[in-house]
Design a protein around this ligand. Structure first.
Ligand SMILES: [Zn+2]
Ligand SMILES: [Zn+2]
Length: 249
């Protein structure tokens, strides 16, 4: 399995940047996890847009879905050009709420919406995916994803505050993609649905993850500060997200 960071910044993309989006390639399928602002142009660096097999969305905040509309236009045009079968809409797996948002995910013959909830488990080619509701947002669900393929386990933590119950979901993951929205100096006194870099490292270490990718970072954070504050994770390699970073599992 190969992970490519297409975007990792939040809440908005810095110069030449992109908000969250990750390309996951298994032996059989190419999956896009989240589709934030700038992700589509980064995706094109690695493969044609029409070769994606499915899109999975963690939640509907703009930094995770901003490029869905242009992806739909792109697929429609590629169907017109004959590069993607007209009868093969891209499946979009996404939370079943809020309803107003779910309605935007089916677009002509380009995309089809499939609802996800905490009990959903699905297989796309050789990738087996389950979901966990995280501590995030104002009542609407946000789902972390556990993706297993060819004996390797990837957990994408989506957006998640310290109230998330990770037990049994992230333990032993070969790679945990975990948000580290804050550095020590700007961590709010009251949790607001996000973690700091330090908290992400402590979480990954406590759950015996084998490697850690810290993401959902403000674009101005120095990489050296991110890595320094991830010192609690000593079980394996730790990466600060950057656009184009590839990790092989
Ligand atoms: Zn969010
Ligand atoms: Zn976010």
């Amino acid at each position: 399995m190969r992970v490519t960071v297409l975007g990792y910044q939040s809440p908005y993309p810095g110069p030449q940047g992109a908000t969250p989006g990750y390309l996951i390639e298994t032996d059989e399928v190419k999956l896009l996890l989240d589709c934030g602002s700038g992700v589509l142009s980064q995706l094109g660096v690695h493969l044609p847009v029409y070769e994606v097999d499915a899109l999975l969305l963690s939640h509907y905040h703009h930094d995770h879905v901003a490029d869905v509309g242009v992806l739909q236009y792109g697929l429609m045009v590629h169907q017109l050009f004959g590069q993607r079968p007209a009868d093969k809409p891209l499946p979009i797996y996404a939370p079943d709420k809020p309803e107003g948002q779910t309605k935007t995910l089916t677009y002509r013959d380009a995309t089809r919406f499939f609802p996800v909830h905490a009990e959903t488990s699905l297989s796309i080619g050789d990738a087996h995916i389950s979901f966990l509701r995280t501590d995030h947002g104002d009542g609407d669900p946000c789902y972390a994803m556990r993706l297993v393929a060819n004996g390797k386990t990837l957990v994408y933590g989506a957006d998640s505050g310290p109230g998330t119950n990770w037990s049994g979901f992230v333990d032993g993951a070969d790679l945990f993609i975990c948000e580290g929205t804050y550095l020590d100096h700007n961590l709010p006194s009251r949790p607001n649905g996000h973690l700091s870099v330090r908290q992400a490292a402590e979480l990954a270490q406590a759950h015996h993850c084998r490697s850690l990718l810290i993401t959902h970072l403000f674009h101005g954070y120095p990489e050296s500060d991110v890595l320094a504050q991830a010192e609690a994770f000593v079980a394996g390699p730790v990466y600060a997200a950057r656009i184009g970073l590839k990790i092989e599992l």
